[in-house]
Design a protein around this ligand. Sequence first.
Ligand SMILES: CC(C)CCC[C@@H](C)[C@H]1CC[C@H]2[C@@H]3[C@@H](O)C=C4C[C@@H](O)CC[C@]4(C)[C@H]3CC[C@]12C
Length: 399
Amino acid sequence: MAEKEGSAVPPQAKGSWGSFLKSIASFNGDLSTMTAPAFILSTKSLTEFSSYWTEHPAVFAAPAAEKDAAKRAMLVLKWFLSTLKQQYASRSEKLGSEKKPLNPFLGELFLGTWEDAAGTTQLVSEQVSHHPPVTAYSIWNSQQGVRLEGYNAQKASFKTTINVKQIGHAMLHLDEFDEDYLITLPSLHIESLITGSPYVELNGSTYIQSSTGFTARIDYSGKGWVSGKKNTFTAVLYPQGKEKEAIYKAEGQWTDSFQIKDAKTKAVVDTFDHKSMKTTPLTVAPIEEQDDFETRRAWKKVSDAINQGNMDLTSAEKTIIENRQREMRQQEKDSGREWERKFFTRALQFPLFEQLAKIVGEGINDSQTNGVWEFDQQKADAAKSPFHPDVNPPIYERK
Ligand SMILES: CC(C)CCC[C@@H](C)[C@H]1CC[C@H]2[C@@H]3[C@@H](O)C=C4C[C@@H](O)CC[C@]4(C)[C@H]3CC[C@]12C
C-alpha cells in the first residue's frame, strides 16, 4: 500500500506505518496480536471503553421515569444513539485519530462512578477472557432503578481496510417496569487508514428489542453512501413484527446531532446535540489507592513509556505484564483451576437473551466470547473491600 499525499503520519514513522499497513493485509483477525507503530498506540486499555455507555447519566436514566411504554422505548433509543460518539469517535476527536488500545489482561478492572443530577451511577468493567479477549461490564444507578449489563469481543478481518465485527450484546433493565432491552452492537470499519489518520465508521444495522414488544432498528451509513456525510444513521421504532407501523423515526449524525420524530405527524419529539450536551466526568480512585488489577494502575508504566515515545521501554514494561500473566496461567493449569473472575460469572441459562435475540435474528456466540457473561452480585458484595485477596492474590507489587 502506498502512502498518499496529505499523510498524517509523523515523518520519522513513515517507514513503520508502511510496514504496519502491509502487515495488516495478512493478519489473522485477532486484534490483540496486531503490532502498531508508536504514534498510533493509545495509553488506554479496552476495559475503559465500557464507560462510554454512560457519559450522559441523565440520558441513561431518563427512560426509568417515563410512564408511557412507547416513549420509554424511544428514550432508550435516544440514549443508545447518544453513546455512539463517545464509543466510536472520542479518540479521533480528542487525539486527532483512532488509536490502538492496550490489550487488557485477564482480570483487569476499570471501576468508577459518575455523580451528577441523576445521582450516583456506578461502573464495573472486567476483562473476563484473554483468549479471545472479552470485556464485561455492569453500570447501574440504584436511585433511578436502571442497570446496563453486557460483554463484547471483536473479530477483525482485512478487505480494503480493517473491518471489525462485534460479538456480544448489552441488556438494559428498568426496575420500575421490570422491563428489559436487548441491544446489539454495530460492525465497524476503519476509514483513512492509508493517510495515517484512521477513524471509525459504523456499518450495517443494529437492534434494540424490548421485552414489552418494541423494536428499534438503526441503519448506519458513511460518507458518500446516502447523505454524503460521515457517521450518519437512520432509525425506526415500531411495534414488534410490524415494521410498516413505525411509531418514531430518528436521523442524524451520531458524532453531531440528531432528531427524533413522530412517524405519523412528522413532528419533532426529541433532539440531541453533542455540542450543547456536556458529558459527566467519571470519577476513578487515585492511582495510589487503586487495586493492583485496576487498569490505570496496572498499565501506568506502559502508559508513561508510550507518552514519552519510548518504544523500547513500552515493550519492556508490556513484557513484564505478559510474563506475569503467563506465570499465573501456568499456576492455574498446574493446580487444575480456572481464574476466578471478580465480578462476573458464566451464565448457564439465558432465557431472556434467547427470547429477545430470536426476535431480531441474533444468536448466542458463546464459543467466540468464552461463555455468556453475567454480573454476579454475590461476588460484587464480596469484592467490595478488600478485593478477594484470598482468591486472586495481587499480581503487581505495590512500590
Ligand atoms: C487504529 C488502527 C490503526 C488500529 C486498529 C485499532 C482497533 C483495535 C480499534 C479501533 C476502533 C476500536 C473500537 C472502538 O471504536 C470502539 C469500541 C466500542 C467499545 O464498546 C468496545 C470496543 C470497540 C469495538 C473498539 C475495539 C478496538 C478497535 C476496533
